[in-house]
Design a protein. Structure first.
Length: 694
């Protein structure tokens, strides 16, 4: 298992320990202890006092000092001197950089501020260094709004239409489950602390089932693995429902008391006998019938759902279908039964207080700016002015993201960022693929150097991050950078003077979070019931789980969960006969940590995994250099032939920086900008390709 346990090491008298939180896009949101000696962070460990962390960190974050003190870290503002994409810069002063940036933004805003777009996501999950002063700045400016969809919006929208919000089981309750279905998650690599609870349950006799197209490290350690074809999760869920109905393995009392739309869902499920579902999913029918039996007869039964399965055309419907299962068998009655995709909906964040959307009132006619989807940034950057689209984008401010590496359909993204008439500012720690296309790169602080406050989407604790060391070089916090820009833009509202510590206190109401406890312990828990939906009380308008949601009709959606085939079906009769998914390489987190040499050395090179059958049909052997291609692009990497990939599916592990790949591309060279059925999210795992030897 890829983990680091806190060692028992003596702390020198001259050192001190600072409490903090891991900022990365991971459900575990670990509590950190940073040991500082003579002003230098010398060690980052998990906080053993925080129950969810329990002193354990993943290998990536245990090496966080390597990131803060990385020799390639950007420590002074940089101005472009070469062509876009060449990555040639010269150091400049903060005054020069900020004055020029403000002047350029003022000129664009004088015509139409909607030609300016912020682009950010989860480079930090912090509520302060994420969208606080930054959001206030762009709201006051009147810039286009960013629809932040690139990771979780299909699943979040689906849960909102089913449970009323992104809510579910408490993570620690899985330790007492007797059946755990791990659906679309390589928990060992991406949800380590849940996996520890699953292992505890396994030691107590629980059965573990993994549903994933890839034979992951997690799948290897489960009792059963259902290697379904990508995008067929809804078909599997409906097939399970069919078995539950056909055998009357249902909790009728729970259905009657705490759900709505059962007749419509029942009718839909009856269209999906196990044989049809098995054929669609590409698995043996007895895997479906056995799982249905186990799910109905093993109590408590729990589902740990993750976001990989919602990155196809029908991803939202798939999440809705799976989310209906616990109510059918009454799994919610027990604290260790039910489902967890995200706990984020439990946190009553005061986003309006932090982000101040009311600042838009200062705009002409109080208009609300247009919204641009981050998942289609490639197309949007290449979109000319039109009455429906509005002004062409003339300026991008990128922070907490690396879109040239992570956004789908890289050829279009690169073409857009390469526009000489596009003014681009990037706040960064390193010279990423995106930074190579910037006009200015501004040095930002890391988590060890600033205040922040964190919610979680994997547990129900609020964590405080204190700065452990002073900022390196000339690095500034995201908040300070936007404060300084606000002054130069002439924004005089007092909210731009709020300190980072004050912003941390604004994130939650005092009755929700005890600030004194946060300062003392570094974390505090939300007050929630152990079994939140034992008696219904879902956060829907009626308090019931919505099998059928008429509100979906208003947006052209089927009110009952359904199976939607992929945008890009892949089989032997197609030009591109292989379905490709692009799960993360184990040592990386999105594109973060790719430049940490010790972690990159473990991964060695970008790879695509093929089954022995598919490799043999193409004359490919393990270690060959191959090209993965379709009409969008061509990605060169190494072939890894083995049992990780099922027949008909290839796994392009990501997300490498393009410039650290074999031929200056990465796996997003072939992914598409097509969107999911709900939530306007990307379809990274709905991608048909061919593979050939180079």
């Amino acid at each position: 298992m890829n983990l680091v346990v806190t060692p028992a090491e003596p702390i020198e008298a001259s050192s001190h320990v600072v409490r903090g939180a891991c900022p990365h896009d991971c459900p575990d949101t670990c509590a950190l202890l940073t040991t500082v000696q003579a002003g230098v962070a010398v060690q980052v460990k998990g906080n053993p006092s925080h129950p969810a962390t329990d002193g354990v960190l993943c290998t990536k974050v245990a090496r966080y000092t390597e990131r803060t003190y990385h020799p390639e870290r950007i420590l002074t503002p940089l101005k472009r001197v070469g062509k876009k994409g060449e990555g040639r810069f010269e150091p400049v002063s903060w005054e020069h950089a900020l004055d020029d940036i403000a002047q350029r933004l003022k000129a664009i805003a004088a015509v139409d501020a909607q030609a300016i777009l912020p682009y950010s996501y989860a480079g930090t999950m912090g509520l302060v260094q994420g969208e606080s002063i930054a959001a206030r700045f762009f709201n006051r400016l009147g810039a286009s709004e960013l629809d932040r969809t690139i990771c979780a919006s299909a699943g979040a929208t689906a849960l909102a239409h089913t449970y009323g919000a992104s809510v579910g089981m408490r993570i620690e309750a899985f330790a007492d489950s007797q059946l755990i279905i791990i659906w679309g998650s390589n928990a060992i690599g991406s949800n380590l602390h849940f996996w520890r609870h699953a292992q505890a349950a396994k030691r107590n006799g629980a059965k573990l089932v993994c549903i994933d197209p890839r034979r992951t490290e997690t799948a290897e350690r489960c009792h059963t693995h259902l290697a379904i074809m990508p995008g067929t999760d809804a078909a599997l869920a409906l097939g399970l429902m069919n078995e539950l109905i056909r055998n009357d393995w249902l909790d009728h009392d729970y259905i009657d008391a705490h759900t709505e739309g059962w007749p419509a869902l029942r009718e839909r499920a009856l269209e999906w006998p196990a044989a049809r579902a098995a054929e669609t999913c590409g698995i043996p029918v007895d895997q479906i019938t056995q799982l249905a039996f186990d799910y109905a007869h093993t109590k408590p039964a729990a589902i740990r759902l993750n976001y990989g399965m919602q990155r196809t055309r029908g991803g939202g419907n798939a999440v809705r279908a799976v989310a209906c299962l616990p109510a059918l068998v009454g799994a919610w009655r027990n604290a260790s039964g039910g489902l967890l995709l995200s706990s984020s909906g439990f946190f009553p964040k005061q986003r309006a207080v932090l982000e101040r959307p009311d600042l838009r009132a200062a705009l002409p006619s109080g208009r609300r700016p247009r919204v641009i989807n981050m998942s289609t940034i490639g197309a949007d950057l290449n979109h000319a002015t039109s009455p429906t689209f509005g002004p062409a984008l003339q300026a991008l401010i990128v922070y907490n993201s690396n879109p040239v590496a992570v956004a789908p359909d890289s050829p279009q993204v690169v073409a857009g960022f390469g526009r000489e008439d596009l003014f681009t500012v990037v706040l960064e720690h390193f010279q990423t693929d995106t930074a190579d296309y910037a006009d200015y790169v501004l040095p930002a602080t890391t988590q060890l150097e600033h205040w922040d406050i964190h919610a979680s989407y994997g547990h129900t604790d609020v964590l405080l991050n204190r700065p452990a060391v002073a900022p390196m070089g000339q690095a500034k916090t995201n908040t300070d950078i936007f404060r300084l820009l606000a002054k130069r833009m002439g924004f005089t509202e007092p909210c731009f003077d709020d300190s980072d510590e004050a912003l941390c206190q604004q994130a939650f109401a005092p009755e929700v979070v005890d600030w004194a406890q946060l300062l003392r312990d570094g974390f505090t828990s939300l007050k929630l019931p152990q079994a939140p939906f034992a008696n219904g009380q879902f956060p829907t308008a009626t308090g019931k789980c919505l099998f059928e949601n008429p509100a979906l009709l208003a947006i052209g959606q089927d009110p009952v969960p359904n199976y939607l085939p992929n945008w890009e079906p892949a089989d032997k009769g197609h030009r591109y006969p292989l379905a490709m998914i692009s799960p993360p390489a184990r040592q990386f987190l999105n594109s973060t940590f790719v430049n940490v040499k010790s972690l990159r050395d473990i991964e060695q090179a970008p790879v695509v995994e093929l089954s022995p059958e598919d490799a043999a049909a193409r004359g490919i052997v393990d270690g060959d250099t191959v090209a993965v291609f379709n009409d969008r692009g061509r990605y060169v990497c190494l072939a890894r032939v083995g049992e990780r990939a099922r027949s008909g599916v290839v796994n392009g592990l990501g997300i490498w920086w393009r410039k650290l790949g074999l031929r200056g591309t990465n796996v997003n060279e072939v992914t598409s900008q097509a969107l999911t059925d709900m939530g306007r999210a990307p379809t990274f795992y709905d991608c048909a390709v061919e593979v050939e030897r180079v």
